[in-house]
Design a protein around this ligand. Structure first.
Ligand code: MCA
Ligand code: AMP
Length: 486
């Protein structure tokens, strides 16, 4: 397969590539620094990357990909339980991390390689290289939550990365002249694949905010950035800030493209942003396992609330409960979205059972998302099959993993976790708990810290509701729909 990043060798050496807080790299810098990383990975098969929101993460990932080595991005805020699972499951040869990063216990036994973005080792001509790796070879193993059990590692091949980024370039007229700004985390598809590998594949540049803020967005868009990526929570915060921030409104008005994804952007936020800036936000729909499936095209009329049409190369269908395809483009008939094409992952690492369950016999991937097709072919997502998956701040979180973590707390006898609507996060995590001792029930801060320490801070419950007993059916199964809000 041809190179994932042709601009690394083809672009002028002084062309800007990446800017993170206090660190700017040109294509020349990046070519040399990633060659140094790649040169050190000759015998590795799979490496973990301590994915802080810094230039080291971009250099580590691109360096590994140049070496033909698969990357397992790690959330630096992951708790010991989550990290332990990911490391045991993915068995990386070593971890790439910035100098000075304080790596926690589960990483102690793994060889560590420090990433130095100022490394200027020239290619020695013997790099196994990008070109040595095939399209089916894994590029990334990204961990994603399911309804039950610990997260699964989605194995994403190199061809899927190339295909999805090129399809987005077509839909968005994304070129090397674009300058992207975002503050997304770098251990998921959105921030890493679209947000870092995307601009580098185009030969364009990225300015990463380190941490999302409306001020950072306004500053970079006013200073020449052309595109903004964000999750709906970020656009909601922009919509909230706009009335009191004319500089933000001016900056957004000047952008070429505003893109939202990872969860549904409420129509109200679409409308508030359009009213204040004259610019619409474009939605695209994807998944860790599928990368990007659909997008509103930059040349299509605005239609807030839809996620656009299938991207080039993506086969998409809606399927009824009984397996029959929905053929109506009537905006009403609901079916599960199933997709097929070269943008799909190859399977879950070490989980042939889960991989088999995710596909139909003829190779369609079952997304679990429910949608209708509008008369113009646009897809409108209306819900999700599994009630035990929660989308909070754009992160997918399985109720089961939080319930298991809660049950490990000595003050918890029984636990059920649900998501409920939240204006900022989309959904917030609610923990329903039967205390072990009703006389001294646990408090929310204690349970939130317990979950954050074991799993990750974004998986912590935001609301605690204490009960005498959980509602159960005759089989003893918890009836989540019977859990009252108040
Ligand atoms: C608070 N914190 C805690 C606790 N409480 N830490 C430990 N224990 C506690 N009890 C810390 C947090 O770690 C964090 O620290 C800070 O307080 C704020 O936390 P939080 O309230 O959770 O964050 P937020 O500011 O509300 O974050 C909102 C956000 C974030 C910025 C929108 O949710 C986010 O970045 N979302 C992006 C998700 C994403 O990229 N999803 C893509 C996956 P600190 O200061 O260290 O941060 S989906 C995907 O990839 C598919 C393919 C797709 O379609 O895109
Ligand atoms: P993840 O598994 O974390 O990659 O999240 C993928 C899920 O995010 C999808 O299955 C959808 O439920 C949701 N999602 C992503 N983009 C959108 C969007 N634009 N609108 C609605 N839901 C979305």
């Amino acid at each position: 397969m041809s190179s994932l990043f042709p601009a690394l060798t083809g672009a002028p050496a002084d062309r800007p590539a990446l800017r993170f807080d206090g660190c700017s790299l040109t294509y020349g810098d990046l070519a040399a620094a990633t060659a140094a990383v790649a040169g050190g990975l000759r015998t590795a098969r799979r490496v973990a990357v301590w994915a802080t929101p810094g230039a080291e993460t971009a250099v580590a990932v691109v360096g590994a990909l140049r070496a033909g080595v698969a990357v397992v991005p790690l959330n630096p805020a992951s708790g010991d339980r989550e990290l332990g699972h990911i490391l045991a499951d993915s068995a990386p040869d070593l971890v790439l991390a910035p100098a000075g990063a304080d790596l926690p216990g589960p990483l102690a036994h793994l060889p560590r390689r420090t990433v130095d973005v100022t490394d200027r080792h020239a290619l020695d001509g013997h790099l196994p290289g990008d070109n040595g790796a095939g399209g089916e070879d894994p590029a990334l193993v990204v961990y994603t939550s399911g309804t039950t059990g610990p997260p699964k590692g989605a194995v994403i091949p190199r061809r899927a990365v190339a295909v999805t980024l090129d399809a987005l370039a077509d839909a968005w007229r994304w070129t090397g002249d674009d300058v992207l700004v975002h503050g997304l985390p770098l251990f998921h598809v959105h921030g890493l694949v679209l947000g870092v590998l995307g601009p580098l594949r185009r030969g364009g540049s990225l300015r990463h905010l380190g941490r999302f803020s409306t001020d950072g967005v306004a500053r970079e868009l006013a200073a020449g950035a052309t595109m903004l990526f964000g999750v709906p929570t970020m656009y909601h915060r922009i919509a909230e800030a706009l009335p009191g921030d004319p500089a933000l409104a001016r900056a957004l008005a000047g952008a070429r493209l505003l893109v939202s994804g990872s969860a549904a952007l409420p129509v109200h936020d679409h409308e508030r942003i359009e009213k204040a800036t004259g610019r619409r936000v474009i939605e695209r729909y994807g998944m860790t396992e599928t990368l990007m499936n659909t997008s509103v095209r930059v040349d299509a009329p605005a239609r807030p609330g839809t996620v656009g049409v299938p991207l080039p190369g993506v086969e998409l269908r809606l399927v009824e409960e009984d397996g029959s395809p929905v053929t109506a483009y009537d905006g009403e008939t609901v079916g599960e979205i199933q997709v097929r094409g070269p943008h799909l992952f190859t399977g879950y690492l070490n989980r042939p059972d889960a991989t088999a369950a995710a596909f139909t016999a003829d190779g369609w991937f079952r997304t679990g998302d429910m949608a209708v097709r509008e008369d113009d072919g646009a897809v409108r997502i209306v819900g999700r099959k599994a009630t035990d998956l929660i989308k909070s701040g754009g992160y997918k979180i399985g109720a089961g993993e939080i319930e298991n973590a809660l049950l490990e707390h000595p003050a918890v006898r029984e636990a059920a976790v649900t998501g409920e609507p939240d204006a900022d996060l989309g959904e917030r995590i609610v923990a329903w708990v039967v205390p072990a001792d009703p006389q001294s029930p646990p408090g929310l801060p204690e349970l939130a810290a317990h979950v954050a320490r074991r799993l990750a801070p974004h998986k912590r419950p935001r609301v605690l509701r204490l009960l005498d007993a959980l509602p159960r059916n005759d089989m003893g199964k918890i009836m989540k729909r019977a859990l009252d809000r108040d």
